[in-house]
Design a protein around this ligand. Structure first.
Ligand code: SF4
Length: 217
């Protein structure tokens, strides 16, 4: 059941979303805000030509929006590492994804002045964000937005990462025991690469779709 606070959160999202769109556009991202998931999903697919090969980085936001199944239903060619039968095959598919046409991903945090913050274990998702795929579509719930870049980085490190690792019971990191980030150097750490996307270059290559809901970690 939704919290009684929810309508006020969503009302605030509907005000802050368009402000953030302007901040992102000032940094040369394409950006659009949607109050609801179905409109955001339609927008995502309207941005992807029918002949594009699509891949993605692990994103609970995209999963919550059912974007992967929707892409398959719409007959796009996919590079889906979850179909790999071995770890070697999975790593190879992650390499191939760097040359796909459209890469889908979430964001660990976004500052109100329009900078993206992402933390990655292997760096495949961070790499695709920086260079490779013809376009990257970042889909983010407004729960990812923080006032400043420093607070956004803190969100990524102390909220998103310790939540994300709960999906991997075998990873023996401090946060998988205590629930708190302890700035580890464990070989199991999922915090290897931290990327701040200050500007989108070339302009418009990264398209940010903001959704006025709580999505992902
Ligand atoms: S404890 Fe290690 S793996 Fe966990 S969030 Fe902190 S740096 Fe990342």
């Amino acid at each position: 059941m939704d919290s009684p606070n929810r309508p006020f959160v969503e009302l605030r999202n509907s005000k802050l979303g368009p402000v953030l769109v302007k901040a992102l556009q000032a940094r040369h991202f394409d950006a659009e805000y949607f109050d609801d998931i179905p409109q955001a999903v339609e927008k995502v697919f309207s941005l992807i030509p029918g002949d594009h090969v699509i891949s993605w980085g692990g994103s609970m936001t995209a999963a919550a929006m059912d974007l992967y199944n929707e892409a398959a239903k719409r007959d796009y060619k996919l590079i889906n590492r979850d179909t790999a039968k071995t770890q070697d095959e999975k790593m190879e598919m992650m390499r191939q994804a760097l040359l796909c046409d459209t890469y889908l991903m979430g964001a660990n945090a976004i500052s109100e002045d329009g900078q993206l913050v992402n933390i990655d274990a292997y760096g495949n998702r961070a790499a695709a964000l920086c260079f490779g795929p013809r376009q990257v579509i970042v889909i983010a719930g407004m729960n990812k937005v923080r006032k400043t870049l420093d607070i956004a980085i803190a969100r990524a490190r102390t909220i998103a990462a310790p939540l994300n690792i709960q999906r991997f019971a075998a990873n023996k990191t401090p946060c998988n025991i205590s629930g708190a980030c302890e700035d580890c150097k464990s070989p199991d750490s999922i915090c290897s690469h931290m990327v701040i996307t200050r500007l989108c270059k070339p302009a418009g290559r990264i398209k940010v779709i903001l959704v006025g809901k709580d999505l992902g970690f």
